[in-house]
Write a protein that binds this ligand. Structure first.
Ligand code: MCN
Ligand code: SMO
Length: 787
């Protein structure tokens, strides 16, 4: 290990975010800021039907509108852009195509059908309204359970049924162990669909380079590398003629982590017209057409003995994945993760999980912060609490008995996932200490005696982060997401540029990657520039999602910086006539240890690049490196959340009074950024627990397509959060980092569901459906009272 890695100077400290002076002063560049004055604008005419055949499109009135350049249907795009397919080697998987525009039929409200190209956004929108589409309504396929029936009408013509994925996991003796278990708890759990509401809606802008004809797509995306590779296929272009840039991006939360039809249309039309063409979603179309998250029905049962030892777990998961597979993740992404992570951080020998992903006439689901794990954690943590309740044990004590202990790692759970050493027990104890659990329970007693509905909820979880090629490549996805590359160089002015394929959209990666490069290279923070979000930065890179960037980009940064440092040391040793072992590098200077003989990076760089005579011809150095990191399996992050809630007996609204998170993300690169990530994640988890729900009616009409009907939490709903960090044992990843960007959203819904159940324990109510809105609570309480 290098000296810098053992004595980090910047890593571990709350370095102020280097991107903030730009972003907070309104100097950021988002896609909508980049439109050249002569850019053409696209507006989409979207389906108003959940499921219908397109009989015909009458574009005459739209085309006649002054300023409209073209009205484009699927047929016109045929030779210009090919559909792409999220392929997979999974058994029982039916692939569907991602098409630029609906062809033949529409499958959900909001699906793009016609693109109108015009001189301005206003004209494009007016034109889109003038398009007449003749529809022939088809049978409703909005209800997931009905859509899963063998005789249900089929939504996607290329599939034989609506079941796009059907998969089972089994380990141990699930049936026998369950039958023999002295106690069982179970139920039917429902987690409703969410929309990832980023501050900036989706947007993209294609420009054509004069002369060469190369295409650059600026997109509000998390995955510029994946979009580049997908569009290279769809448009049949070599990578050097197609660049995808994610400029400043105002949040994504998973909603910007897939390829979208609009990107295909905008790129294809820019090529056809040889002009800059762009599109910016408004809030309503963003809610209609950006991938939704979650949406599962889980029937689950947990078997355990009188000591509270967990023995067997069984679950049937039906994931409503919406109209089709999303590219490149497939329909398996969300529901299969529910099944994969359901056994959680517990010692549990027998598991059987069965998961089906069913297509319905709703917007496709895709990644959403936590992916599957907020649901698996909700279900498992509810079951664990129900078991504690059954045995009259404290929920913390039951967890303490079953959480995997330090000496039991690595531990393979029922779905085959292997947990490496992580602080499961330590997080539980740390959360209890931070919130003073015993005192909190006493406080609850007093409040209960006074008639208040106060509850305390605990939730523990584990997640796999920084996933490497072993897992990402296994199901045969179209693109490897398990590696990242860092290209680092010191230029002839001594400045450091570090280029990455990851794409920060709120995580502060410019800052944290700067910290790592500064430490490993011995450079000053101010000398380093991070280039990210650009497909041209490195030959292969994908982007930022799946809590991977600290591990993968941080690891690659470390590897490359170490090589550059070694080259710098070798060059400086030669210039200073010293041995390499005596050279120190710190704060942008190289020095012979214990002397005042030193050179700045600039002086070394000048010698290396311009004063050629100072080095023998055959040993002339360079000061750059491009290394790739593959963490192979990835590493386990874990946490325990404890929430205290109060239910208003008049309005049935739930207020979160306290929320503590104790988490293990290995070595912290920047504690302030990590805390901020936890805060944001918990806020989204509170939204999922109490407020947010995309609702479609039985005809597939969306009834929550604006921020009046779709409720996101505001500062008023979020308590002041308390976060504790546990560094159990550093994982084997380079740098010892574990990912954590999603964790807040994974733990919070379960903790709150347990807290609400605890508050209502005197009424015998167990929460099995989220969000637990005032209306749902009212009905549950009414039913309990009339029993
Ligand atoms: N970090 C750290 N020390 C660690 C681990 C992480 O300082 N031990 C820092 C990282 O350097 C990075 C941040 O914490 O600055 C998150 O790191 P990581 O866990 O690697 O996650 P990613 O950077 O890959 O971000 C993806 C993750 C996901 S999947 C979603 S969804 C999500 C999230 O990040 N969406 C977000 N956080 C978000 N934050 C904002 N503001 N906006 C979003 O859309
Ligand atoms: S849902 Mo995060 O972009 O993996």
């Amino acid at each position: 290990m290098s000296e810098a890695a053992t004595r980090p100077k910047h890593v571990g400290s709350a370095v102020r975010r280097v991107e903030d002076p730009r972003l907070l002063a309104g100097q950021g560049s988002y896609v909508a800021d980049l439109f050249p004055a002569d850019a053409l604008h696209v507006a989409f005419r979207r389906s108003e039907h959940g499921h219908a055949r397109i009989r015909g499109v009458d574009a005459a009135a739209a085309a006649a509108l002054p300023g409209v350049i073209a009205v484009v249907t699927a047929a016109e795009l045929d030779g210009l852009v090919r559909p792409v397919r999220a392929t997979s080697r999974m058994a029982n998987y039916q692939a569907t195509a991602t098409r630029p525009l609906a062809a033949g039929k529409v499958r959900y409200v909001g699906e793009p059908v016609v693109a109108v190209l015009a001189e301005s956004r206003y004209i494009a929108e007016d034109g889109a309204e003038l398009v007449e589409i003749d529809y022939d309504p088809l049978p409703d396929i909005a209800d997931p359970e009905a859509a899963a029936q063998p005789d249900a009408p089929v939504l996607n013509p290329e599939t034989s049924s609506n079941i796009l994925v059907d998969r089972s996991f089994s380990r141990g003796e699930p049936e026998a162990a369950m039958a023999a278990a002295p106690h069982r708890v179970g139920g039917r759990f429902r987690f409703h669909r969410k929309a990832p509401i980023a501050m900036e809606p989706r947007a993209c802008l294609a420009t054509i380079e004069r002369g060469r004809g190369a295409l650059t797509l600026h997109s509000a995306t998390q995955i510029p590398g994946i979009i580049r590779d997908a569009l290279a296929d769809a448009l049949d272009l070599p990578g050097h003629a197609l660049r995808v840039v994610a400029p400043d991006v105002g949040g994504g939360f998973g909603g910007k982590a897939s390829l979208y039809a609009e990107e295909m249309v905008v790129a294809a039309l820019a090529r056809r017209h040889g002009r800059a063409i762009g599109w910016v979603a408004d809030r309503m179309e963003d809610i209609l057409s950006t991938s939704h998250g979650f949406d599962e029905i889980v029937d689950a049962e947990l078997g355990f003995d009188a000591d509270g030892r967990l023995l067997a777990l069984r679950a049937d998961i039906l994931g409503d994945i919406g109209a089709a597979s999303i590219y490149p993740w497939t329909a398996a992404l969300e529901p299969v993760q529910v099944a994969s992570f359901l056994p959680g951080p517990y010692r549990l020998a027998s598991y059987r999980g069965h998961v089906r992903a069913v297509a319905t006439s709703k917007a496709p689901t895709g990644p959403y912060r936590g992916v599957g794990r907020p649901i698996s954690t909700f279900v498992m943590e509810r079951l664990v609490d129900m078991a504690a309740h059954r045995l009259g044990l404290d929920p913390v004590e039951l967890r303490r008995r079953n959480l995997i202990k330090a000496e039991e790692f690595p531990y393979k759970i029922g779905s085959g996932i292997i947990w490496d050493r992580s602080g499961f027990q330590e997080c539980l104890e740390s959360a209890c200490a931070t919130i003073d659990y015993a005192a909190l329970r006493r406080e609850q007693e007093v409040a209960r005696a006074a008639g208040r509905w106060i509850g305390i909820g605990v939730a523990s979880y584990a997640e796999l982060t920084g996933i490497g090629s072993r897992i990402s490549a296994a199901p045969g996805m179209p693109i490897n997401t398990g590696t990242e590359t860092a290209d680092i160089s010191i230029d002839s002015t001594g400045a450091v540029t570090a280029k990455f394929g990851v794409a920060s959209h709120g995580q502060g990666l410019e800052t944290t990657l700067t910290q790592i490069v500064a430490d490993e290279l011995g450079a000053r923070l101010a000398d380093i520039r991070i280039v990210q979000g650009d497909s041209a930065a490195v030959p292969h890179g994908t982007g930022t999602y799946a809590s991977r960037s600290a591990v993968l980009a941080g690891g690659a940064a470390t590897l490359s910086a170490r090589v550059v440092r070694q080259k710098l040391v070798a060059a400086a040793a030669h210039l200073l006539e010293a041995s390499e072992a005596d050279i120190e590098v710190e704060e942008g200077r190289v020095r012979v240890a214990g002397t005042d003989r030193e050179l700045t990076f600039r002086e070394v760089a000048r010698a290396v690049y311009s004063e050629m005579g100072r080095f023998p011809r055959d040993t002339r150095p360079d000061l750059s490196a491009s290394e790739t990191y593959d963490p192979y399996f990835g590493t386990t992050a874990s946490a325990t959340h404890i929430a205290m809630v109060e239910i208003d007996p008049g309005t049935f609204s739930v207020r979160v009074l306290r929320h503590v998170v104790a988490e293990d993300c290995g070595r912290l690169i920047n504690p302030m950024i990590v805390d901020g990530q936890v805060h944001g994640g918990v806020a989204q988890g509170i939204g999922a627990a109490l407020l947010e729900e995309v609702i479609y009616d039985e005809r597939g009409q969306i009834v929550t397509a604006n921020l009046v009907d779709y409720l996101v939490p505001t500062a008023a709903e979020i308590p002041s959060l308390e976060v504790a960090h546990v560094e159990s044992e550093l994982p084997a990843t380079i740098g010892g980092y574990r990912g954590m960007g999603e964790g807040g959203t994974i733990g919070a819904p379960a903790a709150i569901a347990n807290a609400v159940s605890d508050a209502l324990a005197p009424l015998g109510i167990e929460i099995a459906e989220l969000p637990v809105t005032p209306e749902r609570l009212f009905r549950l309480i009414q039913a309990a009272r009339t029993q």
